[in-house]
Design a protein around this ligand. Structure first.
Ligand SMILES: Cc1ncc(C[n+]2csc(CCO)c2C)c(N)n1
Length: 225
């Protein structure tokens, strides 16, 4: 069993809950209220700004030029491919640049990004990768599952989302990160492997909270905004 297979077995119940989440199913069946998707797009844009920094930190912590370069490549594709999708959606959903710039991150967005940045800044490269992995891997799994639903790829609003995350390029990125996680886990102590598992489980849980936040349009309560 590879280390990633072990991680997957431990997190399976969380991943199943993520796949079944009404937000995820709503994208696939085209039934998600547009208001929820609009809220998600804004929060995800804020999320990606912080998330992208993990790739920069990955480059800093890498110990070989090839890994450094790959993290640099993913940083570039997050800022210019993935976030471009968000900028296109912002136009489609009448989200102005001003609204995007001035948006306040929800509490779950802050909790998720700050947790990952904390791990990335204070931990080893293996810990950084364990924090990143559920995000890349689960989106690709979700994208590929949703792409099987008839009409999902052609949907007027959500089709492009399904297309991006089910794409071959995203699959390759996710496989690269899984391979790296497996390599970095070799020779690690039982204690360190436990720590990697805990980080992986936590960011898998944060993925769930993020879907939930988006679905319910969660923001800070009005009187304390
Ligand atoms: C909450 C949340 N989790 C995961 C992703 C997906 N994602 C973020 S960066 C990246 C790789 C390269 O751009 C992928 C697949 C997201 N957008 N939002």
């Amino acid at each position: 069993m590879t280390f990633c297979e072990e991680l997957y077995a431990k997190a399976k119940h969380i991943w199943i809950a993520n796949h079944k989440h009404p937000f995820v199913q709503g994208i696939g069946h085209g039934t998600l209220p547009k208001e929820s998707f609009r809220h998600y797009m804004i929060q995800d844009y804020l999320y990606l700004i912080d998330y992208a920094k993990l790739f920069a930190l990955g480059s800093v912590k890498a110990t070989d030029v090839e890994t450094m370069g790959k993290f640099g490549e993913i940083l570039h594709s997050t800022l210019n491919v993935e976030m471009d999708l968000h900028r296109q959606y912002a136009k489609k959903f009448a989200i102005s640049e001003e609204e995007l710039e001035n948006a306040q991150p929800a509490s779950s967005t802050i909790a998720y990004t700050h947790y990952m940045l904390q791990v990335a800044q204070n931990g080893t490269l293996a810990e950084l990768v364990a924090a990143l992995l559920p995000c890349m891997w689960s989106y690709n799994e979700i994208g590929r599952e949703l792409a099987k639903i008839p009409g999902a790829l052609e949907h007027e609003f959500y089709g492009e989302w399904v297309e991006m995350y089910s794409s071959k390029e995203f699959g390759e990125l996710s496989n690269w990160l899984k391979d790296l996680m497996n390599k970095l886990a070799i020779g690690k102590s039982e204690e360190e492997r436990k720590k990697l598992e805990e980080i992986f489980l936590n960011t898998s849980r944060f993925e769930f909270l993020f879907w939930d936040m988006a679905y319910h349009g969660e923001t800070w309560p009005e009187d304390i905004r």
